[in-house]
Ligand binder design. Structure first.
Ligand code: OSB
Ligand code: MG
Length: 371
């Protein structure tokens, strides 16, 4: 396929519920949507980066520049046989995984649409529905958290993840566990602890958690190994895993028993597929994380989560949990804790063009002759 045109849109969407993690409170997403066009067909990708570099080093303005100055020029006006080629084309550019993934995802959608297959099908997905959990932000009090979780349990979510940080951890999780003795429950610390907190974290072992996600530093795999050796609760790595090589090293060291795959954090769908394959071979559970995506990124997440190695519920909650009006139609909806994997061509949802225009704050297009 000829890559005739690539458009980088910057967009802004308000979250229905402010989302608090150990690193910030977010009320809005300021993010990028990438469109890749061949002839009359357009594929869509989304950049998972936030407006600030608090989750990882990438952030929206930085990604925008990397895309415009380095990534888009490598693709516009070229001919791509298959989206798997993109990883090699981008290889000279170090890291910048979320920027790479935004355009790689658009090319995957474009390719799937031109082939007339669903993105799930294109990536090798085998499941027709995926199990979905909810990621619950840090709340002011135990009772506020319990009320919020109880509503989510009533809505049917397959598992509940609760964000924690020092000062909002054991008593909060214990309150949820007491009210919901059976619910599949986990905690996500977003790197808020160090090995000095080992004894404190060991008390989580009493609470029958599926896992604790990223307790230690965002760039660590060695200390996580030491923690996993004394923790019964499985450790899941999120921030620490940017590639297949990171995954292999974490497995070799015994730094985790579970991997959260975010397409953006690992540089795209091809790398995500390779990580899924390795984890499946090595017997590690995998699930699909989220970056509070709009429907476009959410659709990519559903496609990748349909791979057989995604054995645990993901963070790909329905659109209405995040947005008053999503940018896709129909929105992503959930039925008894499950979401249908879309079967239509590409991402399998239509773009709500009026909403896409309404949320766009700026945009630039690059074509073969004006790059
Ligand atoms: O660590 O998975 C995370 C949100 C923002 C930043 C980091 C994370 C999260 C989530 C929410 O857990 C996932 C989602 O609902 O999209
Ligand atoms: Mg996480």
């Amino acid at each position: 396929m000829n890559i005739d045109k690539i458009t980088i849109r910057r967009a802004s969407l308000d979250l229905i519920t402010p989302f608090t993690t150990s690193f910030s409170t977010q009320t809005n997403r300021d993010f990028l949507i990438v469109e890749a066009t061949s002839g009359t067909t357009t594929g869509y990708g989304e950049c998972g980066a936030f407006a600030f570099p608090y989750y990882s080093e990438e952030y929206t303005s930085g990604c925008e520049l990397v895309l415009i100055e380095h990534l888009v020029p490598l693709l516009v006006g070229t001919v791509i046989g298959h989206p798997r080629e993109i990883r090699d084309i981008f290889a000279p550019i170090k890291r910048n995984t979320m920027a790479k993934s935004a355009v790689e995802g658009a090319i995957w959608d474009l390719w799937a649409k031109l082939e007339g297959v669903s993105l799930a099908n294109a990536v090798g997905g085998t499941k027709s529905t995926v199990d979905v959990g909810l990621s619950v932000g840090i709340k002011e009090s135990e009772s506020e958290l319990v009320d919020f979780v109880s509503a989510a349990v009533d809505e049917g979510f397959s598992r509940i993840k609760v964000k924690i940080k020092p000062g909002s951890d054991l008593s909060f999780i214990r309150a949820v566990r007491t009210e919901h003795p059976e619910v599949p429950l986990m905690a996500d610390a977003n790197s808020a602890y160090t090995l000095a907190d080992t004894e404190h974290l060991r008390r989580l072992d009493e609470l029958d958690l599926m896992m604790i996600e990223q307790p230690l530093a965002h760039d660590d795999i060695v200390d996580h190994r030491h923690l996993q050796q004394v923790l019964h609760t499985p450790i899941c790595l999120d921030e620490s895993i940017h590639s297949l090589a990171d995954t292999r090293q974490a497995i070799e060291l015994g730094s985790c028993r579970i991997i959260n795959i975010k397409i953006g954090r690992v540089g795209g769908i091809s790398e995500a597929k390779d990580i899924e394959q390795l984890c499946r071979n090595e017997g590690l559970d995998v699930w699909c994380g989220g970056m509070l995506e709009s429907g476009i990124g959410r659709a990519h997440n559903l496609a990748i989560a349909s791979l057989p190695g995604f054995t645990l519920p993901g963070d790909t909650a329905p659109s209405a949990r995040y947005w008053k009006r999503d940018v896709i139609t129909p929105e992503v909806t959930m039925d008894r804790g499950r979401i249908d994997v879309p079967q239509g061509p590409g991402i399998g949802f239509d773009i709500d063009a009026a909403q896409l225009e309404a949320i766009t704050t700026s945009g630039r297009s690059f074509e073969a002759d004006n790059r």
